[in-house]
Design a protein around this ligand. Structure first.
Ligand code: GDP
Ligand code: MG
Length: 177
């Protein structure tokens, strides 16, 4: 496969999951384009974005999939999860029910995705610390118990967005080799 003239050694699919309006599309936009749209009621009109990395001299193309709003109708299809090696499981630190629904999303992942999928729990909107509903320690313990990586992010001010995606991609790469 070719990417701007370079041979791509690996294509890695990562999916975004979590309730509506937790910031999945904005996290992807921040990661892929370094942009943020303050009023993004409409989702980005694409299925996925890609970014290419060099790891250990290998060219790795990350293909990050967005639900494109399907989660609103509980209509995320099996095809969405198929062959995904990583997932960002996103909740909104200011809205408790988005955290309570995590177990539902984990069930979905465990049912439809690869058993060895690398999952990063992401508490998004950490810029809204003043109206936080979910304490960091609480989420951290949940992640430890479920065997997930964990970070709090802000798509708005870019806190930890690069870190969340790169941690998952490096772990996927490590497990492949
Ligand atoms: P999705 O439904 O999970 O894809 O959520 P969106 O990415 O469409 O974001 C939903 C809303 O939350 C939009 O109004 C975004 O502007 C806002 N939003 C997303 N990320 C952040 C963030 O990190 N901080 C703040 N304050 N707002 C955010
Ligand atoms: Mg969206």
């Amino acid at each position: 496969e070719e990417e701007s003239g370079k041979v791509v050694d690996y294509v890695v699919k990562v999916v975004l999951v979590g309730d509506s309006a937790v910031g999945k599309s904005q996290l992807l936009k921040r990661f892929a384009l370094n942009e943020f749209s303050p009023d993004s009621r409409a989702t980005i009109g694409v299925e996925f974005q890609t970014r290419t990395f060099i790891v250990d001299g290998k060219t790795v193309k990350a293909q990050i999939w967005d639900t494109a709003g399907q989660e609103r109708y509980r209509a995320v299809t099996n095809a969405y999860y198929r062959c995904a090696l990583g997932a960002l499981l996103v909740y909104d630190i200011t809205r408790e029910h988005t955290f309570e629904n995590l177990s539902k999303w984990l069930d979905e992942l465990r049912l439809h995705a690869d058993a060895n999928i690398v999952v990063m729990l992401v508490g998004n909107k950490c810029d809204l610390n003043n109206i936080r509903a979910i304490p960091t320690e609480y989420a951290k313990t949940y992640a430890e118990n479920e065997g997930l990586f964990f970070l709090e992010t802000s798509a708005l001010d870019a806190t930890n967005v690069e870190n969340a995606f790169s941690t998952i991609l490096i772990e996927i790469y490590r497990r492949m080799c």
